[in-house]
Design a protein around this ligand. Sequence first.
Ligand code: URA
Length: 435
Amino acid sequence: MYPQHVIARKRDGHALTGDEIKYFVRGATDGSWADYQLSAMLMAIFLRGMTAVETAALTDAMMRSGSVADLGAIQRPKADKHSTGGVGDKVSLPLAAMIAACGVAVPMISGRGLGHSGGTLDKLESIPGFRVRLSLEEYRSQVDRIGLCLIGQTAELAPADRKLYALRDVTGTIECVPLICASILSKKLAEGTDVLVGDVKFGRGAFMPDKAKARELARALVSVSTSMGTPMRAILTAMDEPLGRTVGNALEVAESIDCLEGRGPADTMEVTYALGEQMLLLARVARTPAEAREKLAATIASGTARQKFVEMVIYQGGDARVVDEPQRLPQAKLKVPLLAPRSGFVSDVDALAVALAALRLGAGRTRTEDKVDHAVGVSELVKMGEPIEAGAPLCVIHANDDPALAEARAMLAKAIVVGDAKGVPPKLVDEVIGA
Ligand code: URA
């Protein structure tokens, strides 16, 4: 086999064999294919697509390009969720603790934020001392002992994806369902979960704004994961306005603690419950959505989910006092309200524009090597449809320098629109795929 022959077969629209796909992935992992050959193949896949069988073979080969965690000896059922990323999406934090408190282990390997969407690891790292870099053995042992571990991708995990993703980023081949599906699942399925639930977002603040395209991705994820032996469902959720009332790492941790104490914003809890129900159903610890919801709600009412979160923070070296005293989380020097210019209703809160303002404050990164400022962001954000008086706060901006504050303020003043019309957010949980 030669790379150029396999590339030409895909270029001409043929389905690749399992061996050809393994050859391509091996080439990405050991460097035996040149970058120009890998890039040509990625473009051929982008233009010609892949069948479900090819996508599953690609996912499997990419997953096996590195270590695959073996959690088979852990008796409890294991469930995890993956989100395609959004603005203010802190759902993983309360959800993982609630699921673990229901007796289902959550082995969660997460990513960092990039561009406008936030990342679970950055949020957790705003807790002083919290370690997200554990070895796969430490991870396995913590999942076994407390039923919950949230770590970052290690270098041993799906190295082929790291190579291919970097090439896709610079060759215009990111927006391709089979490639996205293999990229996401090669990492997620290497973590050793029994079942998986996806939160595939659509709308202005989503990685894939178009709903039809998001649905296509959700269907591909569900079908490939399930065919590879990990039953999966996905929900399509709207990401037009930020989720909850905070955007920014430490601020989102504080809001996650609110969720665990029964004071979470309605939209954040709606997505958390929708995902949690599917996780408990797939893990077979609940028979109906109503039973699953009851179990999840009980973990909040009894404080067991909050306790699980504390336990995880302690196990991972973090200062668990932040749970009782969120003021111990990093604090910005400047906390300045943005005031409503007139009375009326909140007609719009543009998730993407709010995310870009948070990025300007330093809450995210534009390149993988950038450092994030955990303290900055936006809190007390109004929601679409709420009434507002002139001079009342639309949000509070948390900044660490004046120029960033001034620019973010101007961006937020455009992102949040007050008018006569009540803004109507789209239905949040739109569809369940694979139920
Ligand atoms: N997230 C990933 O991990 N991979 C993609 O290709 C897109 C989003």
